[in-house]
Design a protein around this ligand. Structure first.
Ligand code: NAD
Length: 481
C-alpha cells in the first residue's frame, strides 16, 4: 500500500492559530513529564540524525555547495554534541535548586523550580540552516516545550529535510515545521507564543522584538554584527594566520562569529598578510588550479548575497582600498574568492556593514588602546578575537572591549564549549543559548518559598505597629547595617 502523503504544512493564519492551540493543549502533558520522557524524545532525534547523515550533507551541498566535512563538523557534530550534553545533564537541570534562607525568613525553605515556558517559536537563519534550527530545538525539548520551527526559505533543501525530520520523529502537536518566507514569519510572529528564539540579523531581530512586545512574549535574539580579530605584535603570526583563514573561510565566511575584520599591529601587518597568503594556498589551492576549483570551499548562498558581497568589494576599491590577496568573483557560481583588503577607508560599506562572506579588511593600529577604541566606537560585537602571546595584551583587551563572547588565540571554537553561554551584547543579541543556558532560555524559573504553618518570625512585623514591633524592626535594620 502506498504511504499516504503527509498533510500540507499549515501556512494560513487560521491554520497557524489552530496549530498553536493544539500545541498549547499538548504542552500541559509535556509539563508533567519526567526526565526519562524528555530524554526519549531527544534520543529519537539523535538516532534520526545518525541515520540521515548523508541526506543532511546532500541538502547542504545542494543549497550552497557546502563541503561534506564542513557539514559533519559545523552542523552534525555541533547538533549531536548539544543533544549528548543535554542527555547527560537533563536530570540535574530539571531538579529544583534549593537556595539559602536569610535571617528575616528563618523557618522557611526556598527553591527554584524549572517549568517549561509552554509553546516556543524557533526562527532559524540560512547560514547554518540545520544546526541553528535543531540546536535550539534540543534546548526547547530538554526544557519540556512544544515547538514550532520556521527554517529559512533561503536554504530550501534543508528546509524540506527539516520538515521531513520533524514529521518522522515527533507528533505535530509537539513539534511542527512551518516552511516559508517573510509572510509566514510575520503570521507566526502575530501569535501569542510563550517564547521566541530567533537567530538572524539585527534588522529582523527588531521586527521580532516589536511583534513579541504585543503579547509580552519573552525573546532570545541571537543576532550578528562585526566581530573583530585583533592581532597584537606579540602574536604567533603563522598560527594566527591559519586560525584566521579557517574562521573566515569556513562556510565561505557566512558565519555569525566569523572574524569580520582584522585589526593588526602595524609592525606585523605585512608579515601576517604573507602568512595568510601561504595558508590560503595550502588550504584551498594546493593543486594550483585556483580556489574556485577547490571542493573544500563553499559557495555564497544565492545571487542576492553574491551581489551584496561583490558590491562591498567594488565599493571598497572605489574608495581607495587595495586588494592584497584574492579579489576574484564568479557570478555564475556564486563564488567569491577569499580576499584581503588593505587601506580600507572607515566609511566604506565593508567597514560599516556585517560582511558575512570571505572578504577580510585589514586595519593597522599602533597601540592597544587605539584598537580597543576602534572596536568600541562601533556596535557591540558578537565575538572578540585576540591573537597575542602577551598575557598583558590579552587582559587589556578583554577588560576594555565588551562583546557577547571572546576567544583568545583562536576563532569560532568558543561556541563549541557548551559549558559557556553563547549570545550577543547590545546590537548582537539578547539572551543566551547552548547547554544549560539554552535550557534556561526555554524555562520559567519559578521561585518557590514554603512557610511553616502557625507561629512564624514574619508575624512579629504584623500590625498594629506597637513600640515592640518598632524595636524588632530596629534590631533587624541594625543587623543589616
Ligand atoms: P534574517 O534575519 O534575514 O532571517 C532570519 C529569519 O527571519 C528567517 O527565518 C527569515 O525567513 C525570517 N525573516 C526575514 N525577514 C523577515 C521579516 N521582515 N519579518 C519576519 N521574519 C523575517 O537572517 P539571515 O540572513 O537568515 O542570517 C544572517 C544573519 O543572522 C546575520 O546577521 C548573522 O550574523 C546572523 N546569525 C546570528 C547567529 C547567532 O547565533 N548569533 C547565527 C547565525 C546567523
Amino acid at each position: 500500500m502506498p504511504t499516504p502523503a503527509a498533510p500540507p504544512p499549515p501556512t494560513e493564519t487560521t491554520d497557524l492559530a489552530a496549530l498553536l492551540e493544539r500545541q498549547r493543549v499538548r504542552s500541559e502533558v509535556l509539563r508533567r513529564e519526567a526526565p526519562a520522557e524528555r530524554a526519549a524524545r531527544l534520543q529519537r532525534l539523535h538516532q534520526w540524525i545518525i541515520r540521515n547523515r548523508a541526506a543532511v550533507q546532500q541538502a547542504l551541498h545542494q543549497d550552497f555547495g557546502k563541503p561534506a566535512v564542513e557539514t559533519d563538523v559545523t552542523e552534525l557534530y555541533a547538533t549531536q554534541a548539544e543533544i549528548r550534553h543535554a542527555l547527560k545533564h537533563l536530570k540535574q537541570w530539571m531538579a529544583p535548586k534549593r537556595v539559602s534562607t536569610p535571617l528575616a525568613l528563618l523557618g522557611t525553605t526556598s527553591w527554584v523550580q524549572y517549568e517549561p515556558k509552554g509553546v516556543a517559536l524557533i526562527m532559524a537563519p540560512w547560514n547554518y540552516p540545520f544546526y541553528l534550527a535543531v540546536g535550539p530545538l534540543v534546548s526547547a525539548l530538554a526544557a519540556g516545550n512544544c515547538c514550532v520551527l520556521k527554517p529559512s526559505e533561503m536554504t530550501p533543501a534543508v528546509s524540506r529535510l527539516l520538515a521531513q525530520l520533524v514529521q518522522e520523529v515527533f507528533e505535530p502537536a509537539e513539534v511542527a515545521v512551518v516552511e516559508g518566507g517573510k509572510d509566514v514569519a510575520t503570521a507566526l510572529l502575530a501569535l501569542p507564543f510563550d517564547h521566541i528564539f530567533f537567530t538572524g540579523s539585527p534588522q529582523v531581530g527588531k521586527v521580532v522584538m516589536r511583534a513579541a512586545a504585543e503579547h509580552l512574549t519573552s525573546v532570545t535574539l541571537e543576532l550578528g554584527g562585526k566581530s573583530p580579530a585583533i592581532v597584537d605584535a606579540s602574536a604567533d603570526l603563522r598560527d594566527a594566520a591559519e586560525k584566521l583563514v579557517w574562521g573566515k573561510c569556513v562556510n565561505a565566511g557566512q558565519t555569525c562569529v566569523a572574524p569580520d575584520y582584522l585589526l593588526v599591529h602595524e609592525s606585523v601587518q605585512e608579515p601576517l598578510i604573507e602568512e595568510i597568503r601561504g595558508v590560503l594556498g595550502r588550504f584551498y589551492d594546493a593543486a594550483g588550479a585556483g580556489v574556485a576549483a577547490s571542493p573544500s570551499f563553499a559557495r555564497i548562498v544565492n545571487g542576492h548575497h553574491f551581489q551584496r558581497l561583490a558590491g562591498l568589494l567594488e565599493d571598497a576599491q572605489q574608495r581607495g582600498a587595495a586588494v592584497a590577496l584574492g579579489g576574484g568573483v564568479d557570478q555564475s557560481q556564486c563564488f567569491i574568492e577569499p580576499t584581503v583588503l588593505t587601506d580600507v577607508p572607515a566609511d566604506s560599506a565593508v567597514m560599516r556593514e556585517e560582511i558575512f562572506g570571505p572578504l577580510l579588511p585589514v586595519v593597522p593600529f599602533r597601540t592597544l588602546m587605539e584598537a580597543a577604541d576602534f572596536v568600541n566606537a562601533r556596535p557591540r560585537p558578537l565575538a572578540l578575537y585576540v591573537f597575542a602571546r602577551s598575557a598583558e595584551a590579552q587582559r587589556y583587551l578583554l577588560g576594555r572591549v565588551p562583546a557577547g563572547g571572546a576567544c583568545l588565540n583562536d576563532t569560532i571554537i568558543h561556541l563549541g564549549q557548551l559549558e559557556l553561554p553563547f549570545g550577543g551584547a547590545g546590537n548582537s543579541g539578547i539572551g543566551r543559548a547552548h547547554g544549560h543556558y539554552g535550557f534556561l532560555a526555554f524555562s520559567n524559573e519559578k521561585a518557590v518559598l514554603r512557610q511553616r504553618v502557625g507561629p512564624t518570625g514574619i508575624k512579629l512585623f504584623y500590625p498594629p505597629y506597637t513600640p515592640k514591633v518598632q524595636r524588632v524592626v530596629d534590631l533587624l535594620l541594625k543587623y543589616l547595617g
